[in-house]
Design a protein around this ligand. Structure first.
Ligand code: COI
Length: 365
């Protein structure tokens, strides 16, 4: 099997790349997930030949046979990361080793081949280097969102792990995931449908988990909410996670807690946030949290904040949890709220304004 050091990236430049003026216009207001850069990374894998043919090619449609396994059995995984422009023009990403490890874990669960960490990080560097003019300028609270993903592309309808796979990285300039990152979001409580069950794929970052969240997410929208909260599949009693991000609760006594479950996707952002919160002197708990604990704690004024955390969302304060039979209203958020202070610290590290004492940043360009 090819190792990273044996793989040289070949580069095919996009002859129809967007003009500087077009890129500048897009960067005025990129939103989230609407626009894609001029190039993408592709690396193929076969059972017999391992990883091969690493390349940077023009961004464009994939040629897939209709029998491709991913289209039938959803053998697919992905990651979400960001590249940040610093004041001196350099471009950095955040803890890529953690995303590489999570991607490898997702690959194991979905019976896909593991991509070596070194090759994963090099693939990000290759794409960001060639498309660096797409990394938004420093100081605008924007970044270049990186989406590595892997699909089974063997043309075979038998149900087994595919013997031919491709890995890609695409990139998309990103502003805030929610409309206003400082405004609290509302969450809809899903009580019938589950995102993932015990022994399922909940801890892997695979498309199927997100597909399972879409119908409840529609219910959330219909009820005026931006995200959906799932409970555990077995008892519908314990908090799990939101459709696309983890949840954290803050208590009046300074404790900060996040649900622990083997069907939650461990968020790299959440891990960093909890580390910063612990360093700020808070007691941090990763444990099972019941919905009743949140309801009773909020009613008694013991639970003072709730926030959604993830790469795309960073930290979004939760204003309201709505259910068919009750509503939790959290106190208004101020710049002094824990969520806002930690958000400022985390984004400060990512943007190069706060010293990176943990060695979390990795320079790409
Ligand atoms: C991310 O936070 O990077 C994700 O992949 C979640 C998705 C909802 C955008």
């Amino acid at each position: 099997m090819s190792t990273t050091t044996e793989l040289e990236f070949r580069i095919e430049r996009n002859s129809s790349a967007k003009s500087d003026a077009e890129v500048a216009e897009i960067l005025q207001n990129p939103g989230f997930g609407h626009y894609f850069t001029d190039h993408m990374v592709v690396i193929d894998w076969t059972k017999d030949g391992g990883w091969q043919d690493a390349r940077v090619v023009p961004y464009g449609p994939l040629m897939l046979n209709p029998a491709s396994a991913v289209l039938h059995y959803a053998q697919e995984i992905f990651e979400g990361m960001k590249a940040y422009r610093h004041a001196d023009g350099t471009v950095h990403t955040f803890r890529p080793d953690r995303n590489a490890a999570r991607f490898a874990g997702s690959a194991r669960r979905l019976a896909l081949p593991e991509l070596p960490e070194e090759l994963f990080i090099e693939s990000l560097r290759q794409l960001v280097e060639i498309d660096q003019r797409w990394v938004p300028e420093y100081g605008k609270d924007q970044s270049l969102y990186l989406r590595p993903f892997m699909i089974a592309n063997e043309d075979f309808l038998g149900v087994r792990a595919a013997e031919s796979v491709s890995y890609y990285v695409i990139a998309s300039p990103a502003g805030s995931y929610f409309q206003d990152p400082t405004q609290p979001v509302s969450i809809w409580l899903e009580r019938e449908l589950s995102r993932a069950g015990k022994g399922g794929t909940g801890a892997a970052k695979c498309g199927g988990n997100y597909a399972a969240s879409l119908l409840p997410q529609q219910t959330a929208y219909a009820n005026g909410c931006e995200q959906v909260l799932f409970l555990d599949a077995f008892e519908q009693k314990y908090l799990e996670e939101l459709g696309g991000m983890n949840i954290v609760l803050a208590f009046k006594d300074g404790t900060v807690a996040t649900p622990e479950s083997d069907s939650i996707l461990a968020s790299v952002t959440n891990e960093a946030i909890l580390e910063l919160v612990a360093e700020a002197g808070h007691k941090v708990e990763r444990r099972r949290i019941t919905l009743d604990e949140w309801r009773e704690g909020a009613a008694a004024g013991e639970i003072t904040e709730a926030f959604a955390v993830g790469t795309a969302a960073v930290i979004a304060p939760i204003g309201t949890l709505k259910a068919t039979d009750f509503v939790i209203e959290n106190p208004p958020v101020t710049l002094d709220s824990l969520s806002m202070r930690i958000r400022a610290q985390l984004t400060g590290i990512q943007n190069g304004e706060v010293p990176d004492t943990h060695g979390w940043l990795h320079q790409l360009v």
